[in-house]
Design a protein around this ligand. Structure first.
Ligand code: AMP
Length: 207
């Protein structure tokens, strides 16, 4: 690293994490958010919390989520936009599980363009289908999530391949994608993510 590079201000962490369910996204999202002190925004978590609290939103989305289908783009984006305007998302954010299709990608792009705060990287966490299926079945057993039935899991993985994978093509065209091998220990995968971000000049701000 040259002197000039060392003194350059780090680039903000405005990140999207993409990967099939069972890729370990949730855990990695927490680690990234902690390191960069940014908000980790998981649309799935927000929906689950609302279902638990029996809010209007929760009642609206419960059967959709239990079937493993996608909640409407408009409703999902409302959740994300609300969250992005909260103070802890001002310096950066990590979106986990959003955008999930091209429609949501368009909504997010327009919104971030208006704020003049575009994404700085998209992390693609890759694991073979057999590995994610296996991890999801194990989680179903351990956590008893109501959408972790074998049928709903298979549905979610198909939706991922059909609707979510194409967003990576768009982000790739914008030079934003880092593909991370998601097979390995949690620490190994975290290290791969941090190095990929560092290579883009995205490092934690000095305290
Ligand atoms: P996740 O925890 O990301 O696996 O999300 C659990 C469920 O919440 C998904 O299977 C969908 O039913 C719903 N969900 C989460 N994020 C989105 C999104 N971006 N768009 C539509 N539905 C979503």
């Amino acid at each position: 690293m040259t002197d000039a590079e060392q003194h350059e201000a780090p680039r903000p962490a405005r990140l999207v994490l993409v990967g099939p369910q069972g890729s370990g996204k949730g855990t990695q999202a927490e680690r990234i958010a902690e390191r960069f002190r940014i908000a980790a925004i998981s649309t799935g978590d927000v929906f689950r919390q609302n279902i638990k609290d029996e809010t209007d939103l929760g009642r609206q989305v419960k059967s959709i989520i239990d079937a493993g289908d996608l909640v409407s783009d408009a409703l999902t984006f409302e959740v994300v936009r609300d969250r992005l305007t909260q103070p802890d998302a001002a310096t950066g954010f990590l979106l986990d599980g959003f955008p999930r299709n091209l429609g949501q990608l368009g909504l997010l792009d327009t919104y971030l363009d208006e704020r003049e705060a575009p994404l700085t990287a998209v992390l693609e966490l890759g694991v073979p289908r057999a590995v994610s299926m296996d991890r999801l079945m194990r989680r179903a057993f351990e956590q008893g999530r109501t959408d972790d039935t074998e049928e709903a899991i298979a549905n979610r993985l198909s939706i991922y391949e059909r609707e979510t994978a194409p967003i990576l093509e768009v982000y790739r065209d914008h030079g934003l994608v880092d593909s991370i091998d998601g097979v390995g220990s949690l620490d190994e995968v975290t290290e791969r993510i941090f190095s990929a971000l560092a290579a883009r000049g995205i490092v934690p701000a000095a305290v």
